[in-house]
Structure formats: C-alpha cells, structure tokens
Write a protein that binds this ligand. Structure first.
Ligand code: MN3
Length: 250
C-alpha cells in the first residue's frame, strides 16, 4: 500500500472510531436495545470489555453471601476473567467484538476466549441476579410459566437446587428459555454457558448460580447445598422476570 493510500485508510478508520459510542451495550441476541439485557455487556470505545458496576456494596448480601467472598469474587476472579478476555481478543487481533456472536461460534476460537468470555459474561449475569432486596418468589408471566413447565415454583426450585448441587466440579446451573420456547434447567461445566455452540443444551439464560468453590467456600466451606439454599434469599426476581419478558418477545 502506498503511503497516501495508507493515510486515507487510516483517516477512514479513525472517523469510524469517532462515531462509535463511548460505551456500547448489546443484548442477548446481539442487537442493541433498551430493557433488562441492555446493560449486561459493557465495552469502551476500543471494544474492550469492562466489568459492569456491582450495583450494591460487597456486604449488602450478608448474611447469605459474605462480604469477603463478594469482594474477592468481583475484584479478583471476575476482574481476572475480564482482563484475560481482553488480552486473548487482542492476541487474536479481534476488535469491535460482539460477545453473543463469539458465543454462537465459540468452537472457532481458542480455549482462552471460551473460558474467559464465559467467565466475563456469566458473572455479569450472576451479580445482577442477586440483590439486597431479593428473595421470595417471582410474579406475573414468569410465575405462570414456571408453574406450567415444572408443576410449581417449589418443584422448579428443587430441580434447580439439585442441578446446581450435582454439577460435578466447577460450573454453573441455569434456567433458560430453550429454542422450543420452554423453560429448562441445565448446567454447564467450567465457564461454559447455554449461549455457546458447544453447549449440549442451548437457550437464553434467565437465571444462573455459580457453583465454583470460590463462590462459597470461605463462608460455607464444603457445604454447597447451604450456599445454594441461601442464594434463594437474594435472587432478584424482577430482573429474572425482565429477562424472561425480553426473551419471549424477541
Ligand atoms: Mn465465579
């Protein structure tokens, strides 16, 4: 390329960068929109992924989730996944990335992008599923859908807890809306999620729980079941409902 052409190309690329929004957000299906999913993924104007704000203090979920676990989980584990995802994308020379598109063809990428991309996104969701004002039971259409899919809220709760409890080793349990429009409970190992092409069970995430030991071991030691039981006390059903409403209307 001649120098003049190079300068011209650079100018066009720069102009493109200038009109990019300072903070880009995207939703589950990859197109920007308002609503519950809009703030799940945060990127700066270079396309680098940023940790969303936690939205509550580290000690706000006490006594269900202890402050030390929250601080280490957010400041060390999640920050690490975020940093390593950005580093892996840089090595792969990928910019202006859409994480939903990456997940949809994650088998095309290296394990560093799969593991850290999942680690980044799964925790973005997890923080939002918890609230100091959480607990109780869902209402509205989600409550009806849970009852018709699982028999009752109580039966759904038992299935979700059992699935989280029996995930072998590190991973996540999920409530998803699958491609048949049904609610389904599933689990994934490591940092995989149901948006990934490699996942045997796929769908739109509506709720998750982190069952890596780092999520509970400081306070609950080996008693994963006690942590899962406490998790029900902090679930923000309003957020779960808003994801469900977005998923069924898209
Ligand atoms: Mn974790």
């Amino acid at each position: 390329m001649k120098k003049r052409e190079f300068l011209k190309t650079s100018a066009i690329l720069s102009a493109g960068a200038l009109i990019a929004p300072a903070v880009a957000t995207s939703c589950m299906n990859g197109s920007a929109k308002d609503g519950a999913t809009a703030s799940l993924v945060v990127q700066d104007d270079d396309g680098e992924f940023l940790q969303p704000e936690l939205g509550y203090a580290f000690d706000a979920l006490e006594p269900n989730i202890d402050a030390m676990t929250m601080e280490l989980h957010y400041e060390k584990h999640h920050a690490g996944y975020t940093r390593k995802l950005n580093a892996a994308l840089k090595v792969a020379d990928m910019h202006s990335t859409d994480i939903y598109k990456i997940f949809a063809s994650v088998s095309d990428y290296g394990m560093d992008i799969r593991n850290n991309g999942g680690g980044y996104f799964n925790h973005n969701l997890y923080w939002k599923f918890m609230s100091p004002d959480g607990g109780g039971e869902p209402t509205g259409e989600l409550a009806s859908a849970l009852a018709s899919n699982f028999g009752s809220f109580s039966e759904f709760k038992d299935l979700f807890s059992a699935t989280a409890g029996s995930q072998f080793g590190s991973g996540w349990a999920w409530l998803i809306l699958n491609d048949d429009g049904k609610l389904q409970v599933t689990s994934t190992p490591n940092q995989d999620n149901p948006l990934m092409d490699i996942s045997p069970v796929k769908g739109t995430p509506l709720l998750n729980v982190d069952v890596w030991e780092h999520a509970y071991y400081l306070h609950y030691q080996n008693m994963r079941a006690s942590y899962i039981e406490a998790y029900w006390n902090v679930i923000d059903w309003k957020f779960v409902e808003s994801l469900y409403n977005d998923a069924v209307s898209s």
